[in-house]
Write a protein of this length. Sequence first.
Length: 406
Amino acid sequence: MSIVFTDDSPGLTDVKGFAVAAIACDIREKGTDRLDLALICSKTPCTAAGVFTLNDVKAAPVRVCTEILDAGMPVHGIVANSGNANACTGAQGLCDAKAMAEGAAKATKLPHNSFLVCSTGRIGRAMPMPRILTGIEQAATALLSTPAEGQRAAEAILTSDTRPKTCTARFEWEGRTVTVAAMAKGAGMIQPNMATMLAFLCTDAAAPAALLRDLLSAANKHTFNAITVDGDMSTNDTVLLLANGASGVDMTQAPAARALFAQAIGKVCQCLAEKIVGDGEKITKVVTIDVNGAKDQAAAEKIARAIGNSLLVKSSWYGEDPNWGRLVDAAGYARTGLDEEKLDLAYDESPVLLKGVAQDKNLPRWKEIVKQPRFGIHLNLHQGSGTYRLLASDLTEGYVNYNKSE
């Protein structure tokens, strides 16, 4: 048995029992008909789990979601908006987030506290609640399970993204199909924990919340928490997983089915993480940084992040300059105690350093590699068994220009 994966699916409407709707509420207050509110609904109660930003400044929707999940009550869906983060909005912002969740429950005629709420967009602005609540009511009457509406919902949560991000994984178990589908947004302010991102995963598997938490946390660690675009942690980062059990396959009954379920969750998270970096604000390069042979994983991660978040390194990638000295400098100021004379470094398959000695004859090949839209940095410290992979991007003047006027 294996996972059947689609990286450009309709999204959440692939999952039995889930319906979605997308509405234009003019949350940005620019008088446009841009989609900016999504409603996700399962009439069947769901178990749910989430992972959230570790920023000390948490947006009101993050606080509301954690309260609902901590209470352990069944969940019926998610209401999410773009254009306004509802962050740094004080007591009124908290009231507004709760009103969105309650508005979704009321409009769908489902139980109190059964909807999670997410927001993304500009920080520090009051929510235009009359338009949002009207939009929620409209969305509740427009819920569909069609592929087109799945794509519209994925579009409704976008901010600076240039395209929607969806994917689906499926596997067979004892004659039944289990589906995990997801949609996400994210392009800027990308840095764990986690990123300016929202990701919603829905499944028709049956699983207790505790199992969902374990599997989502494990997947998140190596996907959404292993990406960086600009090194900035957000106030709103949220990944949610809802399971309505409509497939009839119980993940607590068979370890083999549970392993496939974990693999499916990991695949959709990895796909969405890569799509987020690939759609980073005004980027031109996606770079995989593989650190091996570190003293331990913590040291490997520290080095990878030092390289991936270095402005000098990111600028050289944009300039298509194989300036490996900047890579080594960043690895050194991570201060993990690396030994320069043991260091191996390569761009893709082409050696740059072998035991600390530069392989200058390979310079023409390095130049070819860094001109590619995607390439890899491979660093081996030969000090232990620690490894870490980070997905990063370059830094362009387009990013600066966009964010000085956004």
